[in-house]
Design a protein around this ligand. Sequence first.
Ligand code: FPP
Length: 260
Amino acid sequence: MTVHPSSTIEIPETGSIPQHVAIVMDGNGRWAKQRMLPRVAGHKRGVDAVRRTVQACCELGVKHLTLFAFSSENWRRPADEVSLLMRLFIRVLRRDVESMHRENIRLKIIGDVSAFEPELQAAIHSAQALTASNTGLCLNVAANYGGRWDIIQATQKMLASQPALAKSPELIQESDLAPHLCLSESPEPDLFIRTGGEQRVSNFLLWQLAYTEFYFTPKFWPDFGLDMLNEAIASYNQRERRFGRTSEQLSVPPELRLSS
Ligand code: FPP
């Protein structure tokens, strides 16, 4: 398994195309309301936006895309909306998995899938198995995911695999915990996008967003696609990613930089 550098331990390489984009797909309900449609119509159009965004990432050369489809707090929604979302996930997994496989996309669902009904768990399992050895875009879909849950489940796994750490907690390093986090096979996100106008993280990748650049747009998720992704990447390219260094340090060519 590739071990990706931790942004708090070493400075990762950066380029004009983010390697990893993470998105909170917000605004489906408001998109539908504006059109006097039921909320589920917004979620269905949201699926079209997911397809366009996956395609755009493949075209632009983004290597990892992580989408927040259902948070651990989304169970608080009305029961009929939750159940419609579950049916939609099953349908998308079944319908789109063959084309994702043809496009060499590797699908990974991150989150506590044990809470889902058996039919959805089976669809997740077979879609992941079919695409497991693909080498193109790594598409992570967060479902029943919460950043705090992720850190807790990683801690439990770390202590189960290294019980000695429970007796000597002062020995615990980032590198003990990080391999057990859900996104351990992806580098940390370079760019976080949230549609729908809200400016918050909503318990998404709390650990992994340590040095991620944030981009918020008031536009609703069903309208998202290549053009909006390009706008977000253009904004990303205006940022100075210092990872704790000063601006002056960055103006010195890398070969002349002193490490201390
Ligand atoms: C947030 O909008 C959206 C969701 C909670 C569901 C996201 C689901 C999809 C885009 C469809 C399926 C996705 C995949 C990957 C198969 P909201 O309902 O909170 O909108 P609002 O803030 O306007 O009410």
